[in-house]
Design a protein around this ligand. Structure first.
Ligand code: HEC
Length: 94
């Protein structure tokens, strides 16, 4: 009986993990532009190797208009400050 219920129990336990904010899901979006190998040819800076603190500071500056740019202010405004910190930490981990 327990054996039969085990898959269902496992599923229930794993659900809260998916419900939590997953930084990878947020950051994958960024990499469509920033990880492309031809990105440097299109004037999109590569983020690889940048420290989390610089990424986070840039994102906050874009969001609050302290740093002018074409695309990034619009993107950064779509995230809370906490999201931006999570994304910066995640991207700097690679
Ligand atoms: C549609 C393409 C695109 C996406 C998606 C995108 N970016 Fe950018 N990013 C740019 C461009 C272009 C710049 C150069 C500044 C500008 O013109 O907006 C830039 C600049 C930056 C910079 C400044 C880097 C430096 O050294 O000057 C950071 C940090 C950054 N992006 C982080 C992110 C993060 C984090 C995400 C995801 C939340 C993201 N970007 C999503 C195109 C993109």
């Amino acid at each position: 009986m327990l054996k039969r219920r085990l898959p269902a129990l496992c599923l229930m336990w794993s659900l809260p993990v998916f419900a939590e904010l997953n930084p990878q899901l947020l950051a994958d979006n960024c990499l469509t532009c920033h990880q492309d190998h031809s990105a440097s040819e299109r004037d999109i800076p590569l983020l690889a190797g940048l420290p989390a603190q610089k990424i986070q500071q840039d994102l906050l500056d874009f969001k609050y208009g302290r740093k002018s740019a074409t695309l990034m202010p619009r993107i950064a405004k779509g995230f809370s400050d906490d999201d931006l910190r999570l994304i910066a930490d995640y991207l700097a981990r690679d």
